[in-house]
Design a protein around this ligand. Structure first.
Ligand code: AMP
Length: 217
């Protein structure tokens, strides 16, 4: 199963991708998490990407594409994956097509999370993230068992700099201009399946589980 989760920030892609990757034993490849890890570890890529992440701007295509190509070579990804936050531009989508065409196994489907502005702003402003393992929570909708502490690894949760109000609007603008055109891109390839990003977590999980199964039936 090779899946892409497409949608604006705050649509619930990451939260659902973690759960579905676990359910179907797929690699969860979240480019935002990979980039934040590089920044934290101070790698060459991290140094180049840092300012883009802080401003809510897209990291240049060549850097992100090279990073994803490397990640897709790992054995766990060969068995199947969920791409979360990639592709975000037409150039990235074309690069992904190119890589997959070499393997001869195309994408199973692209799940598009169609999400209202109200849901997006509520989710992003209430999101708390684990800087250690990348797990996301929400102060009301998905609270951790112990306030401020990650359920998975016990680290202290933080609010991402780019989840603060001033940056949210810019990220949504970037999404509209750079990423939303991919809806049509994948529609034309007959790969797009739409879901409402406004659904509650469990309902969305069941919906996507069936969508994924149908895409490989
Ligand atoms: P996310 O965790 O998916 O919300 O991504 C956080 C930030 O990482 C974005 O605002 C971008 O700065 C950067 N980023 C993540 N994925 C990509 C991508 N596919 N292309 C360019 N920049 C990305």
């Amino acid at each position: 199963m090779k899946l892409v989760f497409l949608g604006p920030p705050g649509a619930g892609k990451g939260t659902l991708a973690v759960r579905l990757a676990d359910h179907f034993s797929l690699a969860h490849i979240a480019t935002g998490d990979l980039l934040r890890l590089n920044v934290k570890e101070g790698t060459e890529l991290g140094k180049k990407a840092k300012s883009f992440l802080g401003q809510g701007a897209l990291v240049p295509d060549d850097l992100v594409i090279a990073m994803v190509k490397e990640r897709l070579k790992k054995p766990d990804a060969k068995k199947g994956f969920i791409l979360d936050g990639f592709p975000r531009t037409t150039a990235q989508a074309e690069a992904l097509d190119h890589v997959l065409s070499k393997d001869g196994i195309p994408l199973s489907c692209v799940a598009y999370f169609d999400t209202s502005l109200k849901t997006i702003t509520d989710r992003l402003s209430g999101r708390r993230t684990c800087p250690q393992c990348g797990m996301s929570f929400h102060i009301r909708n998905i609270p951790p068992k112990r306030e401020g502490v990650c359920d998975r690894c016990g680290s202290a949760l933080v609010q991402r700099e780019d989840d603060k109000e001033a940056t949210i609007h810019h990220r949504l603008d970037v999404y509209e201009h750079e990423t939303a055109p991919l809806i049509q891109y994948y529609q034309k390839k007959n790969l797009l399946k739409k879901t409402s990003g406004d659904r509650p977590l469990q309902e969305q999980f069941e919906f996507l589980k069936n969508m994924c199964l149908e895409s490989v039936a």
